[in-house]
Design a protein around this ligand. Structure first.
Ligand code: KG4
Ligand code: ZN
Length: 340
């Protein structure tokens, strides 16, 4: 069956047609209109500007997704849309568009949790992947460990208590002069520096908890940079990138290993925008090799926000009959779907 997936939770407007059925997981189109260039002027996402840009893009992006897939709206079997969590104004654009499309064309509507969508991206890149597995989702807004018991049963077993990993990457990138979002540039720069040059606190909380905290390492990095500026000493940005990346990647790897031990799960999925980080991917490969755990990651192109991951997650909810009506409401929070 063909699922049209719509994503507008942050600064990417995306529509995708995914063909899913028993044994078939195929992306027929995945159009992403990024607003990065607009938000770069402000050093971060401006919610009101994001909502307006989604409104401008969403119709043409959807038309393009259908055209590229070579199908008409009448051949679509269901519409899946990100309903939470995210920027409320941005989410409302996608949700209202999807509701109108579903209502006007008498199509089933499926609400999708954005984080579950990131995890579902791994099904598209790994055709054999099936639950149960452990998932680490690292994105601009989230850093969480999930026990995935079935395609639709996902339980958060650890998370950040403050900032997300991606948000912290972007903040550090910004203060060392990298353009927004700094994550990908920091990834490259880290290869040129010494990962042990600067002593930074670990984002992994001590003890048996699977929680993280990124505010400490973020502040420590800013204090280090301010201290250097006050002393008039030059900063080696590559050393900052390498030391910061090293500490974050070790913390994520450490808690993932603990979660694998605690749950006994034998498959790991690494997902979310930060899952594109090459140091993190390598560290997880090493961890899984040592623990004889199967590692499944979305292709790097599917790590960031996109409609295909929403369509994939939507397919499994559709199969379970978890449909929404025109009273579906968007929510900024990670909570069960609400209606008006
Ligand atoms: O999942 P995503 O597209 O959006 C959210 O749901 O938040 O993630 C975006 C985040 C940004 O913070 C971006 O800097 C980060 O992913 N990111 C990276 C890399 N590529 C993207 N962070 C570290 N290394 C990368 N290679
Ligand atoms: Zn995301």
């Amino acid at each position: 069956m063909y699922i049209l997936g719509i994503e507008s939770s942050c600064d990417e407007t995306s529509a995708s047609v995914v063909e899913m059925s028993e044994g078939v997981r195929a992306i027929r189109s995945n159009i992403v209109a990024s607003q990065i260039a607009v938000h770069r002027l402000y050093g971060g996402v401006v919610p009101e500007i994001a909502s307006r840009a989604h409104i401008e893009a969403i119709s043409s992006i959807t038309r393009e997704a259908l055209e590229q897939a070579g199908i008409s709206l009448s051949q679509v079997d269901a519409v899946a849309v990100t309903a939470n969590p995210g920027l409320i104004g941005a989410l409302l654009v996608g949700v209202n568009f999807a509701k109108s499309l579903a209502f006007a064309n008498k199509l089933p509507l499926v609400a999708v949790n954005h984080i579950h969508g990131h995890i579902a991206a791994a099904y598209l890149s790994n055709p054999q992947l099936e639950p149960p597995f452990l998932a680490l989702v690292v994105s601009g807004g989230h850093t969480s460990l999930y026990r995935v018991s079935s395609y639709t049963d996902l339980e958060e077993i650890g998370s950040t208590r403050d900032d997300a990993a991606g948000e912290a990457f972007d903040k550090v990138g910004r203060v060392i002069g990298l353009p927004y979002p700094g994550g990908a540039a920091l990834d490259k720069l880290a290869y040129e520096g010494d990962p042990n040059a600067i002593k930074l606190p670990s984002p992994a909380l001590t003890g048996d908890t699977l929680d993280f905290s990124f505010s400490g390492i973020k502040t420590a990095t800013l204090n280090y940079l301010n201290g250097m500026a006050q002393k008039g000493e030059p900063v080696n940005c590559a050393n900052v990138a390498a030391s910061y990346t090293n500490r974050v990647v070790s913390a994520l790897t450490q808690k993932t290993e603990l979660a694998l031990r605690q749950t006994g799960l034998k498959t790991l999925v690494l997902a979310g925008g930060v899952a594109a980080n090459s140091h993190l991917r390598r560290s997880m490969e090493e961890l899984c090799r040592q623990r004889r755990v199967t590692l499944a990651m979305p292709d790097r192109a599917l790590c960031g926000d996109n409609g295909a991951m929403i369509a994939a997650a939507g397919y499994f909810r559709y199969c379970k009959g978890e449909l929404s009506g025109t009273d579906l409401n968007a929510s900024a929070l990670d909570e069960p779907f609400s209606a008006d």
